[in-house]
Design a protein around this ligand. Sequence first.
Ligand SMILES: Cc1ncc(COP(=O)(O)O)c(C=O)c1O
Length: 368
Amino acid sequence: MFERDGYRVACPEEIETPALLVFEACLAHNIKTVIDLAGGPANLMAHVKTHKSTEVLRRQMAAGISRFKTATLTETEMVAAAEGPQALLAYPLVSRVKIDRFISLQKKYPRTRFQLITAHAENAAVLSAAAEKNGVRLEVMVDLDVGQHRTGIGLEDAGALYQYIAALPGLVPAGIHAYDGHLSDPDPAIREADALACLEQVQTLARQMEARGLLVPFKVMGGSFTFPTYARAEGVLASPGTWVYWDQNNLTRLPEMPFRPAALVLAQVIDVMPERGQVTLDLGSKAISADMGRILGAPRARLLLQNEEHAVIATEGHDLKLGDHVLAVPGHVCTTVFRYPGSWFIDASGNVAGWNEHAARDRGPLPD
Ligand SMILES: Cc1ncc(COP(=O)(O)O)c(C=O)c1O
């Protein structure tokens, strides 16, 4: 039995390293925790970009979460293929080929309510023409830029865009989407005040539209840093994603949040240089996010060099021998998961409980 900080792997020697392991008890804890912090599953639109997995999606749905956010067409297809009731593709679709694929998914999976975003009248007109041509109605949210300045339209112009969408044939205005990735103050009280200011922008736009007789069916906001504020606001859905697996960056930046790292990389010592006080692990940049993260049980260990398949570590006195296993909490779990076609579920006894395919890891269509 290999055990570090409460994470148990019964037979690590039977797993080819590097491998991504998903600890089922931590995953279940995180699902329960996000629902508790949100005040119920109905206040969430969970982002699937972190896990990209049908099985994890099913566990979220079994816990009552029914709305999902996606960043790619393949993630959207994964939600629909699993009969997720609602899928918002919160990523601009500005090419014909992608718009056509979105429409064909909407036609193929009638059980799912599909939605997308836009921030430009020009794009809305293209979506409208495509909807008309294909005989469908597209539900479109206005992507409101609340300060991150990555995508979206500012509050001063957003109302005109919303009205324009409402007037276009084939389009249905579905509400407001606002992502606040710029809010990362370590002080939870300051972060909450910042989030409330973003919320006020969304509510202002919603009030303006409702005053003009337009419906604002959904308001979708935020990520793991701010979701408790939004989830508890009246009529707002919060859209965090990283909470599902958590990671070292979030442990460091959000110490008050009670999530547990659930997806860890199992690696091995593949070379030792005791005279230099260093070992080499199979934890290269193709195995884990470039910042590597933290090795459990070796808090002083320092990354000296990371190549594609190698990580050279200063052991700083930790006893690591050739062939030893290590478990690493990724710095950024989202950019670790997609490096693997799947991960191993590990049960509470440390046994492998099944293969967790990362079905939406790639960008092409899912196999039938
Ligand atoms: C548009 C959008 N919504 C939601 C999220 C989820 O945020 P987090 O990763 O902090 O949970 C992200 C993260 O990148 C995002 O880009």
